[in-house]
Every structure is written in structure tokens, then in C-alpha cells.
Design a protein around this ligand. Structure first.
Ligand code: PRP
Ligand code: URA
Length: 242
């Protein structure tokens, strides 16, 4: 569990000088081709600061994590294929645009992944959502698969896999195994994640280099209990029960 050095960066618009901008800890850079980290904007860092704070209450935790989830979904949708589509505007002119092609579905890794479903539904009306119940053993950190229920035609869809925390990577890798066993090609899986550890991202890149990860932040590392640090603690507990 090697901790990375936390990079710091000035945050704010280009037109302001660095002296005018606050500096903050930003995501660790990773060189894996399959990992997209959201731009480290003042908005995103402020939202992450809220949900990382141990004094943030549950209502605020839900509200601010939902806002980050929206950013993740919007970015993930950029990775889906589109084709050229020209339309006519009300003033009679044409506009050369694009249109989404292909079908999608969400797949949440229960329980914490279900917290990301609202953002997905807000962006993709009446999207089908499958569930995989995987729980990490508290002693060994090894994942156990209990249950899955997925759309019958999932092999013909792009699967947006949802889990806010990527620690060792064990749970998410197991979920990808389930999707592949149902015929979803590796390169049709997008993993949407709030905070990843460098170890989890590296495990993914090694085992499933074609699965695209869209994350808000790659953190410093893991502690002795395989919790992400600095992290935000137990996401599921903070969202659902604390
Ligand atoms: C958390 C989290 C991930 C997993 C990450 O879930 O939501 O699924 O742990 O750890 P890993 O990368 O080391 O596998 P947990 O099993 O604690 O269940 P929960 O969603 O019910 O909180
Ligand atoms: N699960 C969480 O909720 N948080 C972590 O830091 C690791 C696993």
C-alpha cells in the first residue's frame, strides 16, 4: 500500500493569475490509457471537499455526491458513439449535429453503486438498470458475489457500471466478470467512479485494459484496512445509514 505524493494545483479560470487563485490537492495523475479523470475544476474540488469532510451531514453528503455523479454521467456519455445527424431549425436553416447511437443500460454494484442511479436516470430517461450485489469482506477485503439481475439483452447494450469507490478493485473486477459472462464485450463497459485508488486503477488497467474508467479523482492510496486515503470513509454508510 504505497502512498503517492499528493499533487497541489492552483484552481480557477485562466484569466486570473496564480497569485489570485487558491491552491488545493488535485487528483494524482495516472498513465493508464483507459482512465479518464474529470477536469480538476474549482467546482469539482469544492464538491469533493464537502463529501470528504467527516463533519458533513447525511443530507449534504447525498446532495453533493449527486452533483458529482451528474458530472460523471455527463462525461461518460461523451465516450459513447454518435453519428452525424443534420436537422432543420425553426428559422429554416440546417444544423450539422450528431445523434447517439446504440443502446445503453446502467448496472449498479449494490449497495453504494445504487446511489449513482439517480444521476443516470436524470440524464438518460427511463434507462434500464441492472443490479449486482457484491460485498467486500470486512476482514479480508475480498469481494463476495451474492446476486445479480441484469437486462436480458445486455449483450447488445453499452453497460454503465456504477460504484463510487474503487479501492483494491476486487469488487469492480468481479462485476466486470459477471458482465462479460453475459456477453457484454469489454470495450462496451464504462465504469463510473467517484474516487479511485492508484492500486485499483492499476489493477483494472492490467486485467481489463479495454474497460473505460471515468472517475472524479485518483486518491493517494490505501490504508491498512484497504480504505482509500484520504478518501471519504465508507460511502454506503454515509449515503444510506449514518
Ligand atoms: C464498497 C464500495 C465498493 C467496494 C470497493 O462496497 O462501494 O463496492 O467496497 O472496495 P474494493 O475495490 O476493495 O473491492 P462494500 O462492499 O463496502 O459495500 P456497500 O456498497 O454496501 O457499502
Ligand atoms: N469502500 C468504501 O466505501 N470506502 C473505501 O475507502 C473503501 C471501500
Amino acid at each position: 500500500n504505497i502512498l503517492q505524493r499528493a499533487p497541489s494545483q492552483h484552481l480557477g479560470p485562466e484569466y486570473k493569475s496564480n497569485e489570485e487563485k487558491p491552491s488545493a490537492t488535485v487528483s494524482t495523475k495516472v498513465s493508464h490509457e483507459n482512465v479518464t479523470v474529470l477536469p480538476q475544476t474549482p467546482q469539482l474540488i469544492a464538491l469533493l471537499t464537502m463529501i470528504r469532510d467527516k463533519n458533513t451531514n447525511r443530507a449534504d453528503f447525498i446532495f453533493y455526491s449527486n452533483r458529482i455523479n451528474r458530472l460523471l454521467v455527463e462525461e461518460a456519455l461523451n465516450h459513447l458513439p454518435v453519428h452525424p445527424h443534420t436537422i432543420t431549425t425553426p428559422v429554416g436553416r440546417t444544423y450539422a449535429g450528431v445523434k447517439f447511437e446504440g443502446k445503453i443500460c446502467g448496472v449498479s454494484i449494490m449497495r453504494a453503486g445504487e446511489a449513482m442511479e439517480q444521476a443516470l436516470r436524470e440524464c438518460c430517461r427511463s434507462v434500464r438498470i441492472g443490479k449486482i450485489l457484491i460485498q467486500r469482506d470486512e476482514e479480508t477485503s475480498k469481494p463476495r458475489l451474492f446476486y445479480d439481475k441484469l437486462p436480458g439483452d445486455i449483450s447488445e447494450r453499452w453497460a454503465l457500471l456504477l460504484d463510487p469507490m474503487l479501492a483494491t478493485g476486487g469488487s469492480a473486477l468481479m462485476a466486470v466478470d459477471v458482465l462479460r459472462s453475459r456477453g457484454v464485450p469489454e470495450d462496451h463497459i464504462l465504469f463510473l467512479n467517484l474516487i479511485a485508488s492508484p492500486e485499483g486503477a492499476a489493477n483494472f488497467a492490467q486485467k481489463f485494459p479495454k474497460v473505460r474508467i471515468v472517475t472524479a479523482f485518483v486518491d493517494q492510496g490505501l490504508d491498512e484496512k484497504n480504505y482509500i486515503v484520504p478518501g471519504l470513509g465508507d460511502f454506503g454508510d454515509r449515503f444510506y445509514t449514518m
